[in-house]
Design a binder for this molecule. Structure first.
Ligand code: SF4
Ligand code: FE
Length: 483
């Protein structure tokens, strides 16, 4: 396994084509806006080397028998699935943000299942190819970004009917040694902190769209790939001298619009090629895993609740009955989320490939809760923290010779609580609920791993409604007449 330092140096060596604020960024590793997101991924390496977290953060590879980072592991048991959920909470609570490495893990696991299933039907050799690639990822302890969401153009039209065929990523040329692809993937989490990109289709494809039913992996600095970094609220605070106004002073996340402009992919890295009837399975398998991965929000919720309890104490309101009750509610919601991600793991099962899958219904229910509860937890956090979350003067004002002493005098909390400490905690609450981390804690909770309606469709499909009706009819003595 790599050390965090080795990881950072390995990213420095990449030749990525990255744009931000209209300019090419030649060095992403030392860029102040991107640095916190790199730090967050580096934590997936440092935590794996700590003996106290070894059981959660690492696993034994089923292909090499070596100890590997769990983010590169293929789940071999229910225990592995449970530990994956625990790892998400642990990492979220130590970074307070999106640590970016789950999408690749979920893509690897989904492909371990679907490549096997395609081979079983067609006698192809995708699974062997995939396992070779997996070994490379595990041996080098790599970060894989998962690229699923196409830019989609007119949502009412399938890929082949779009006015611009590139609005969904597709194959444009087939060569002896590989394929050439074109298109773009949106919202690529941790894009420029990744060594590899694993591409999957975004929706179930039909025969007319088989050129779009492709999955493959490429090194992140492959020729033809361009990254355009997404803006986040208050992102330029990271350019300021002082750290306090960032709230979370070390960690963050990033997403990028990622363009594939005639990118060549050798055959040994192609894991699905026009087997359109397996595209839906790949999408759903990945989605179920990634919905489970939103255990991360529980860890971020731990941080937010801790900040809220602290500010309540600093403000001298922690004994008020309604404040206590609101914090109980925050904990109740957060632990309910934890129940969901543990439950879908415990109710997991073994797929034909040997990989363990989560229970899809419970994973979808969990993610549906994630689309709501962090918003309510954030509302309660802002309720308890008070208006200063949005009216607080800056760190520069606190340092100012003219007004600094006024801030210290008037923004002090209860006795022995400095204005500075209050400001730090309030900035963290701001960061999590409306600042850069709200990208991960709120909007990503809503849309990441599929928007709320996607889970509702899956819930309606997966629930055994007939069985429920039979139970009800039996208990009230209903016997349907047959015509
Ligand atoms: Fe992982 Fe959560 Fe970030 Fe998704 S949002 S990559 S699950 S930390
Ligand atoms: Fe996500």
């Amino acid at each position: 396994m790599k050390t965090p330092e080795e990881y950072i140096e390995s990213i420095r060596k990449l030749n990525l084509n990255v744009y931000m604020f209209g300019k090419k960024i030649s060095n992403t590793v030392d860029n102040p806006i991107l640095k916190p997101s790199l730090n967050a991924v580096a934590m997936t390496y440092s935590m794996a080397l700590k003996p106290e977290f070894q059981d959660i953060m690492t696993a034994i590879s089923h292909i090499t028998g070596k100890r590997i980072n769990r983010f590169t592991h293929i789940h071999q048991s229910i225990d592995d699935l449970v530990k994956k959920s625990k790892m998400g909470r642990l990492m979220g609570s130590h970074t307070g943000c999106c640590f970016q490495r789950c999408v690749g893990m979920d893509a690897l696991n989904a492909l371990s299942i679907v490549t096997y299933d395609i081979d079983a039907k067609y006698g192809t050799h995708y699974n062997k190819r995939f396992l070779k690639y997996l070994e490379y990822v595990q041996e080098n302890d790599l970060v894989c970004a998962g690229a699923m969401t196409d830019t989609k153009g007119d949502r009412s039209l399938p890929p082949h009917k779009q006015s611009d065929p590139d609005l969904y990523l597709h194959v444009v040329e087939e060569r002896k040694d590989g394929i050439v692809v074109r298109g773009a993937k949106a919202h690529l989490t941790g894009a420029v902190n990744s060594h590899e990109i694993i591409v999957m289709p975004t929706i179930t494809m039909r025969e007319e769209d088989k050129d779009y039913a492709i999955s493959f992996a490429v090194p992140s600095d492959t020729k033809g790939i361009t990254y355009i970094i997404g803006r986040q609220a208050s992102d330029t605070r990271k350019l300021e001298q002082g750290k306090m106004d960032q709230g979370n002073v070390s960690f963050g996340g990033h997403e990028a619009l990622t363009i594939f402009d005639d990118v060549f992919v050798p055959w040994e890295r192609v894991f699905m090629y026009k087997e359109y009837e397996f595209s839906g399975k790949l999408v759903e398998q990945f989605a179920s895993y990634h919905r489970q991965s939103y255990a991360c929000k529980v860890g971020v919720g731990d941080v937010l609740i801790g900040a809220v309890q602290t500010i309540a104490e600093y403000n001298g309101v922690d004994k008020a009955a309604h404040v206590k009750d609101k914090i109980i509610e925050m904990n109740h919601l957060n632990e309910t989320l934890y129940c969901g991600c543990i439950a879908c793991a415990v109710e997991g099962y073994r797929e034909a490939s040997g990989t363990y899958s989560v229970d899809a219904l419970l994973a979808n229910v969990h993610k549906q809760n994630v689309t709501r509860f962090p918003y309510e937890i954030s509302r309660l956090a802002q309720d308890i923290a008070g208006g200063l979350v949005v009216t607080l003067p800056s760190e520069e004002d606190l340092k100012s010779e003219e007004v600094g002493k006024l801030i210290r005098k008037y923004l002090a909390g209860k006795q022995h609580v400095s204005a500075e400490n209050r400001m730090k905690v309030l900035r963290l609450i701001e960061n999590l609920t409306i600042g850069t981390a709200a990208v991960g804690y709120l909007t990503e909770s809503l849309h990441g791993a599929g928007s709320p309606q996607a889970q509702r469709i899956m819930i309606s499909r997966l629930v055994d409604m007939k069985k429920k009706q039979e139970l009800a009819k039996k208990l009230c003595g209903v016997k349907d007449e047959t015509s």
